[in-house]
Design a protein around this ligand. Structure first.
Ligand code: CP
Ligand code: NVA
Length: 302
């Protein structure tokens, strides 16, 4: 039976631990220059409806490292752009490929891809979730903190797709999750309910200092996500008090790590000083996307 990963909740706590262990092993092997051709002659299709730097490059390099091949399929250039259905695309691609990853506007698209294909489908960001991001993030947390249970994860900013996955992932792994966002930008009730059902402990406030007090992790993301551009002006005003800066770091634990999924808008959601400062693990976090996704495609496609 093929397995899809559309949400971080498609993985159990045990599976996440196994993936992170595998990711760390793959990281060591890569640094040592070992050959890891575990997916020789296998192909991954990468459908993109939105821009990407990290996701595209890390998945493509992952397939190269494994001796396989990755195909970049911009949705404008394949026939879906001219009206071929996702269902027919999924059926067709299943005859060529061994896996599909897709970055989509609407989560329904990645669900349909999964439903109509006979090969594993990975959500590489939708309007609802970004599970691949969270796997790389959790790998980084484990490297720095050596555990999840009992840590305080403070989310400062928009209750968006990355926040949803972080909230659900924290519930699975036993971290306390504190959201600070302007009123009206909270994660949707269905995600909060899902987190609760997973045993998650979370709080929501519009006071960034309350959320980051004694935090082990401070995480932020852009105020204007892909697809939200029409609200740019309003959002920049609404979020102006939610910047991750040195003053905010002052209320967290001294060894707090600062994370950001990137791309960042320096000077808006995060200052240069914090992003380039001693608590920032942001570029290791970006690198870990590669190792964590390698573990994921190996699990799903081997
Ligand atoms: N964090 C992330 O997914 O980055 P890209 O948009 O560059 O892929
Ligand atoms: N929330 C951002 C994440 C980008 C990786 C977006 O959806 O644009």
């Amino acid at each position: 039976m093929k397995k899809d990963v559309l949400s971080i909740t498609d993985l159990s706590r045990e599976e996440i631990y196994e993936l992170l262990e595998s990711a760390m092993d793959l990281k060591e092997k890569r640094k040592a220059g070992e050959t890891t051709e575990y997916l020789k002659n296998k192909s991954l299709g990468m459908i993109f409806e939105k821009s990407s730097t990290r996701t595209r490059v890390s998945f493509e390099v992952a397939m190269t490292d494994f001796g396989g091949h990755a195909l970049y399929l911009n949705s404008r250039d394949i026939q879906v752009g001219r009206g071929e259905t996702i269902e027919d695309t999924a059926r067709t691609l299943s005859g060529y490929l061994h896996g599909i990853m897709a970055r989509v506007m609407s989560h329904e698209t990645v669900k349909k891809l999964a439903e109509y294909s006979t090969i594993p489908v990975i959500n590489a960001l939708s309007d609802r979730e970004h599970p691949c991001q969270i796997l790389g993030d959790f790998m980084t947390i484990l490297e720095y903190k050596d555990k999840f249970e009992g840590l305080k994860f403070a989310w400062v900013g928009d209750g968006n797709n990355v926040c949803n996955s972080a909230l659900l992932g924290s519930a699975i792994m036993g971290m306390e999750f504190a959201v600070a966002c302007p009123k009206g930008y909270e994660p949707k009730a269905e995600f909060l309910e899902k987190a609760k059902a997973l045993g998650g402990k979370f709080t929501i406030t519009d006071d960034p200092k309350a959320a980051t007090k004694d935090a082990d992790i401070i995480y932020t993301d852009v105020w204007v996500s892909m697809g939200d551009e029409a609200e740019q002006e309003k959002r920049l005003k609404d979020f102006s008090a939610f910047q991750v800066n040195t003053e905010l770091l002052g209320v967290a634990k001294p060894d707090v790590i600062v994370m950001h999924c990137l791309p960042a808008r320096r000077g808006l959601e995060i200052t240069d000083e914090v992003m380039d400062g001693p608590n920032s693990v942001i570029f290791e976090e970006a690198e870990n996307r590669l190792h964590a996704q390698k573990a994921l495609i190996l699990k799903l496609m081997r």
